[in-house]
Design a binder for this molecule. Structure first.
Ligand code: NAD
Ligand code: MG
Length: 404
């Protein structure tokens, strides 16, 4: 007799995004294992409704009354009036902590994802963490909350998922005890790794979003182009794996085949390899500790050809340096860095700020604001708000400076 699997109830925060849709694709392949309890979306109501038609969640949350009303109407028109539609930002946190939820995919982009991601953590859930900004802005508090509630954090970021796979199971007792010397985060270097420096002045949002190896949302694509993404990931790795700041290294690897490595005291280096497709880390985390089909083509090293490596160039990528400095300063510095970066990236995507000025805006915020300890979440949100104000002013002054 074959044992029947208990279906696990999944909540997807940010189901209409790049990670959200890849998560649903993994679920689509394993209807016996996973059932969708709740989906949340921000603007793309048409896609959310299509997802409801296919996956029949019990609840959807859209944190805006007008868009939620449109969702309700569209669901009723499709005979899906039994799906409960929640309509405020607080509802995102409510679905994230739902009593029937087994696992929460935290895939909202940016600081907007923190309240709901943290609610899942505080409810002691299995949290699949894609929303790195939530962890970066509240590192110690986030990790304390996870320990206190017994939440299981499974990394979705491909690098952190690779490291998670290459670490021994007891890594939470301390990296030294586990024999780990260093964590090596690989980075593709993004679309501008070899572009002449003066050409960087005039790159457009579409060019910045055309990543050579990965298809991702626009914010993280710009972060990859500035390498702020890798900076955020260094901070993310520090917290997720309880690493000392100098235990996390960055190595450029343009082919994105090795997703990261762990270097051990005995000289061994364990790497995780695969085609660059987020369904691999998503499936790995969703089925953990089992392995399931993710729909990803097997890696054929005879076809992927050579693998190259080089040290990152911090002149070309000042954001990487700013992130490392913020990590070393500690306290609220990563919170300020993250908020300033979100404001600057949005301004770049709206064509209000040149690409090369993103780092300047972030630096101006870190130079201007005091770095304080953040004892609680109110302090985190206050630091986030101040950084956004200063960053917005900094963006404005740069626009006026460049207007003839
Ligand atoms: P995306 O822009 O494609 O999707 C973002 C999702 O968040 C959407 O569903 C959107 O509805 C929702 N959202 C946006 N603003 C919101 C708000 N104010 N309130 C509620 N919901 C909101 O982004 P993505 O590329 O899927 O990235 C999601 C997260 O995963 C990011 O933190 C990113 O850094 C991380 N991540 C993404 C990838 C990738 O390959 N895309 C890889 C690693 C990590
Ligand atoms: Mg990554």
């Amino acid at each position: 007799m074959t044992a029947t699997l208990r279906q696990r109830n999944v909540v997807i925060l940010g189901s209409t995004g790049s990670i959200g849709t890849s998560t649903l694709d993994v679920i689509r392949r394993h209807p016996d294992r996973f059932s969708v309890l709740a989906l949340t979306a921000h603007r793309n109501i048409d896609l959310l409704v299509a997802q409801c038609v296919e996956f029949k969640p019990r609840i959807v949350a859209v944190p805006d009354a007008e868009r939620a009303a449109r969702t309700r109407e569209a669901l009723t028109a499709r005979g899906l009036q039994d799906i409960e539609v929640m309509d405020t930002p607080t509802h995102l946190a409510q679905v994230a902590a739902h009593a029937d939820a087994d696992m929460i995919m935290a895939a909202i982009v940016g600081a907007a994802g923190l309240p709901a991601t943290l609610a899942a953590v505080e409810a002691g859930k299995t949290v699949l963490l894609a929303n790195k900004e939530a962890l970066v802005m509240s590192g110690p508090l986030f990790m304390q909350a996870a320990r206190r509630a017994g939440a299981l954090l499974l990394p979705i970021d491909s690098e952190h998922n690779a490291i998670f796979q290459a670490l021994p199971v007891n890594f939470r007792e301390g990296l030294d005890r586990a024999g780990v010397r260093k964590i090596i985060l690989t980075a593709s270097g993004g679309p501008f790794r070899t572009l002449p420096l003066d050409a960087l002045q005039s790159v457009t949002p579409d060019e910045a979003c055309a990543h050579p190896n990965w298809v991702m949302g626009r914010k993280i694509s710009v972060d990859s182009a500035t390498m702020m993404n890798k900076g955020l990931e260094v901070i993310e790795a520090r917290w997720l794996f309880n690493a000392a700041p100098d235990q996390v290294e960055v190595l450029i690897h343009p082919q994105s085949i090795i997703h990261s490595m762990v270097s051990y005291h005995d000289g061994s280096v364990l790497a995780q390899l695969g085609n660059p497709d987020m369904r691999t880390p998503i499936a790995c985390a969703m089925a953990w500790p089992e392995r399931i089909d993710a729909g990803v083509a097997p890696l054929d090293l005879t076809r992927s050809g050579r693998l190259d490596f080089e040290a990152p160039d911090e002149t070309r990528f000042p954001c990487l340096k700013l992130a490392r400095e913020a990590m070393l300063r500690g306290g609220g510095a990563p919170t300020l860095l993250n908020a300033a970066n979100e404001v600057a990236v949005e301004a770049f995507l709206d064509q209000r700020l040149p690409f090369m000025r993103i780092a300047d805006v972030v630096k101006s915020v870190l130079d201007e604001l005091p770095v304080e300890e953040l004892p609680d979440l109110d302090a985190v949100y206050a630091a986030d708000r101040s950084a956004r104000e200063v960053a917005s002013r900094s963006v404005m002054s740069r626009i006026f400076a460049s207007t003839p």
